[in-house]
Ligand binder design. Structure first.
Ligand code: NAD
Ligand code: TYD
Length: 350
């Protein structure tokens, strides 16, 4: 019976990874370690919480003693590390949280894995989940490859880049059996509504302004979250130790075009004239250091491990809009408390 630690399993992507592993691998014991920050929500995992192979651990990866004790007690065989501070705008207003969780927290996990596995790495794996934002910004053409030089611009992407380097350093220096993936922007159910897609769906529904940064010309490469989870499964089980895999959907959208698609789909589902909510579009001050374009080449993952996205974008967006429209209570729950203050502070002077 393998014991696998998934960090950040109560968050957006982590909850889909936990669900996949709990359901697909009844022989594994899955431990979800999460601090339950504003972005972590156990409601995301209601359907698996009573499974016999699911365990929840409340804790902070920044607390090194706690992490070491947990690893010594549970003797995990594998780690899939997703816990992070993940929102670029928050990293601009409060970089230190990102340094602590994304860098110090990752090193605490590396140290604990190194300690319990000693030099016997047979069947062991430390999987670090990262982002394409570490590669920086592309011009109008080109793609990010696994060997593209790192060039992060935000405190978020710089902290993720730093953690990637440290994970590789533990492989090169101590032989730790690591693997890394860098994925493009995810969308889908359970994403905290500070990120573009859920924020805008919610605002369209409630006839609130849609704050488009700059001219809306930045380009992102969007992947349905369940496809990211399936890529993580394939890489965790079949990827070669020490390697990096890019994950992406070959699905680039200029922000303003994506926003217009969201408006059309939401309007239609709410029985409004499709496109009528475009009047809510409000151009606001650009994000500082805003990367122009991200685009991932995931050819290596496709060729070596046979992974491909399962969903066309149109289908993914329909499913996503349906989920948020049907789960207003989830949105209301996660946006109660401090969220309103965050929203007012973030958008008041733009
Ligand atoms: P999220 O913000 O939705 O969830 C992060 C989770 O980590 C939350 O459950 C939170 O409670 C937990 N967490 C935060 N700090 C913690 C700490 N100190 N100790 C323990 N738990 C803590 O993030 P997400 O969008 O699901 O991203 C998950 C991972 O995937 C991150 O590492 C992120 O960098 C990476 N990633 C995200 C995207 C994306 O589009 N969202 C794309 C590529 C890679
Ligand atoms: P986001 O969802 O924050 O993801 P990331 O910054 O990690 O790519 O933002 C996606 C794009 O949408 C990005 O170019 C910034 C832009 N954006 C807006 O125009 N308005 C908003 O209110 C938000 C949150 C994002």
């Amino acid at each position: 019976m393998k014991k696998i630690l998934i960090t950040g399993g109560a968050g957006f992507i982590g909850s889909h990874v936990v669900r996949l592993f709990v359901n697909k691998y009844p022989d594994y014991q899955i431990y979800n370690l999460d601090k339950l920050t504003y972005a972590g929500n156990l409601e995301n995992l209601k359907d698996v919480e009573s499974a016999s192979n699911y365990n929840f651990v409340l804790g902070d990866i920044v607390n090194g003693d706690f992490i070491m004790e947990l690893f010594q007690k549970e003797m995990f065989d594998g780690v899939i590390h997703l816990a992070a501070e993940s929102h670029v705008d928050r990293s601009i207003t409060n970089p230190m949280e990102f340094i602590m969780t994304n860098i110090v927290g990752t090193v605490n996990l590396l140290n604990a894995a190194k300690h319990i596995w000693k030099d016997n790495f047979d069947g062991k794996r430390f999987y670090h989940v990262s982002t394409d934002e570490v590669y920086g910004s592309l011009g109008e053409t080109g793609f990010f490859y696994e060997d593209t030089a790192y060039d992060p611009h935000s405190p978020y992407s710089a902290s993720k880049a730093s953690s990637d380097h440290l994970v590789r350093a533990y492989h090169d220096t101590f032989g730790l059996p690591i693997i890394i993936s860098n994925c493009s922007n995810n969308y889908g159910p359970n994403q905290f509504p500070e990120k573009l897609v859920p924020l805008f769906i919610n605002n369209i529904r409630h006839n609130k302004a849609l704050p488009v940064y700059g001219k809306g010309e930045n380009v992102r490469d969007w992947l349905y979250v369940i496809d990211h989870a399936s890529a993580i499964d394939v890489i965790y089980h079949n990827g070669k130790t020490g390697e990096t895999f890019n994950i992406g959907g070959h699905n680039e959208w200029k922000n303003i075009d994506l926003i217009k698609v969201l408006i059309k789909v939401v309007d239609k589902k709410l029985g409004r004239e499709p496109g009528s909510s475009e009047k809510l579009i409000t151009y606001v001050t650009d994000r500082a250091g805003h990367d122009l374009r991200y685009a991932i080449d995931s050819g290596k993952l496709q060729k070596e491990l046979g992974w491909e996205p399962s969903l066309q974008f149109e289908e993914g967006i329909e499913k996503t809009v349906d989920w948020y429209l049907e789960n207003q209570e989830w949105l209301d729950n996660v946006t109660s408390g401090n969220y309103q203050k965050y929203y007012d502070d973030m958008y008041k002077d733009r």
